[in-house]
Design a protein around this ligand. Structure first.
Ligand code: CA
Length: 513
């Protein structure tokens, strides 16, 4: 070997080593820069009970922090407004007819999910709290879930080792488990944590501290609490999720006579009371009619809001812990709910219907360096977009089978010219627990069209002039052109999303408790 060749070879080896070092360093830097993702999801938390959304009924200073330090989304929608289907859509980025969870069906854990994709890309993944998809979570390095709906007090949890009970209040415990996860995660990996609260799901059971904050407090009634359903189809009249008629003694926290035990006690609690005896200032009052209706709304909301207040406190505790442990700067933090909820709107509690209060998910997101503090986004997103968003944040492309779209540009206050201006909705759980008719529909930026397909009954709303959705204009001849355009859009989306009525008449039989 000549000296020139030796010098050249040495230089090549040196260059190769340098390049390898550079590549490794770049990969490490890219890995180090990938954000952690903390996805906090409540169950049935309406945006109307968050002060960042202009709540008239409560204050949520800790959730508001995410809005003031990040971005508030006003139009994030659930494509099938019920617990299990929303969770399946969030995990898969797909609609119910493609992920196999149109109602309360066991989730097929062998299918790809955002957790599996992130885990495969080097993320440390965790799932804590309400799962409600049956079976064991897949794609998670760590999981600790409530069985079924779970309970508020001294809840049981399931993990890879089995079942165990943790004493305390579910919202506090789930937060504690989340902090434990952050403490024990590997130092060299970014994390993806789904932290799912049970609260404020029915039967709205607050802890003592927060119950006391709302006991006896008069909550303002929503303007549509006494909606007379004029111009509507049969569905809303027939449904069994009405504050005045369908809340049970258990929901209203009425105390059974001491001598009632076992099945008799359970049966007593299931009754939907038409008269209630209450003791106020040492005086016994028999409530019926309108007085009882008003009282029922107050009881419902006092407990619901007290459950929300515990969630707010616990989110604050978690954010503080992250601040003190250097995790705030490189973590995308989200607060949302699996769907919206009726807080007496249209006289209802629960969700399911395609009306705004039910389909609107609160969505607050803080991602330092990306979301401008205090910013607001009005573009239309759906829960199928969450999986693509998390993957995009981690530098991963959206898999072709996912039906959602990453909204990272929206987080930067950029608005892609081809961003969606309409979305497709489909609810299946009919008659379900609340006798709510199956329906599908389309929502645009200005209108909503709903079809209860089993009876071919339709509703249409002008969301600009009638934001409370009180006037069904479907049969208004002056609106026939608008209705026709909406129908075209509805069936275009249905086809594009490959909804072939797979579950229109029969739901998958294997359920979750
Ligand atoms: Ca829910």
């Amino acid at each position: 070997m000549t000296s020139l060749t030796r010098i050249f070879t040495a230089a090549t080896v040196g260059l190769t080593i340098f390049l390898c070092f550079l590549l490794a360093a770049t990969a490490q830097a890219a890995s180090a820069n990938r954000p952690n993702v903390l996805f906090i999801m409540a169950d049935d938390h309406s945006a109307a009970a968050i002060s960042a959304y202009g709540s008239k009924i409560n204050q949520t200073p800790n959730l508001d922090r995410l809005a003031s330090e990040g971005m508030r989304f006003n139009h994030v929608f659930c494509v099938n407004s019920i617990c299990s289907p929303s969770r399946a859509t969030i995990l898969t980025g797909k609609y119910s007819h493609l992920n196999g969870v149109p109602a309360f069906n066991r989730f097929d854990g062998s299918q790809p999910t955002v957790a599996k994709h992130l885990q495969g890309a080097g993320y440390y993944t965790g799932m804590i709290g309400k799962w409600h998809l049956g079976g064991s979570p897949t794609g998670f390095d760590y999981w600790e879930i409530l069985p079924g709906q779970g309970v508020y007090s001294d809840p049981a949890f399931l993990n890879a080792k089995g079942r165990h009970v943790i004493e305390g209040y579910a919202t506090d415990i789930i937060t504690d488990l989340g902090i434990d996860f952050l403490k024990s995660k590997p130092k060299d990996k970014p994390f993806f944590l789904m932290l799912h609260h049970k609260a404020p799901h029915r039967n709205w059971e607050p802890d003592e501290k927060h119950r006391a904050m709302f006991a006896g407090k008069k909550i303002p009634e929503p303007p549509t609490l006494r909606d007379d359903y004029a111009t509507r189809t049969d569905a809303i009249r027939e449904c069994e999720q009405k504050v005045f008629y369908d809340l049970t003694r258990k929901d209203l926290k009425l105390v059974p006579p001491a001598d009632l035990v076992g099945k008799e006690r359970v049966a007593w609690l299931k009754v939907k009371p038409t008269e209630v005896e209450i003791v106020e200032n040492g005086k016994t009052n028999q409530l019926t009619g309108e007085a009882l209706n008003s009282w029922k709304y107050q009881r419902y909301m006092q407990d619901y809001l007290a459950c929300v207040q515990s969630v707010d406190d616990n989110v604050g505790r978690l954010l503080d812990w992250m601040d003190h442990n250097g995790l705030a700067t490189n973590t995308m933090v989200i607060y949302t709910s699996d769907q919206g909820f009726f807080l007496g709107d249209h006289g209802l509690y629960d969700k399911r219907f395609m009306y705004e209060d039910s389909i609107t998910m609160p969505f607050l997101i803080r991602w330092p360096g990306v979301t401008k503090p205090g910013s607001v986004q009005n573009a239309m997103c759906i829960n199928a977009d969450f999986a693509p968003l998390f993957m995009d944040a981690a530098g991963l492309k959206t898999p072709p089978e996912m039906q959602g779209r990453s909204f990272v540009p929206l987080l930067k206050s950029e608005h892609p010219a081809d961003w969606r201006t309409s979305f497709y909705y489909r609810y299946y759980h009919d008659p379900g627990d609340h006798n709510t008719r199956a329906h599908y529909g389309v929502r645009t930026e200005t209108h909503k069209l709903i079809c209860f397909w089993k009876t071919n009954q339709w509703e249409c709303y002008d969301l600009v002039h009638d934001p409370l959705e009180l006037h069904n204009i479907y049969n208004d001849s002056a609106q026939s052109g608008t209705v026709a355009k909406l129908k075209t859009e509805l069936f275009r989306l249905k086809k594009e999303l490959k909804d072939d009525d797979q579950f229109a008449n029969q739901l998958p039989s294997q359920g979750v408790d």
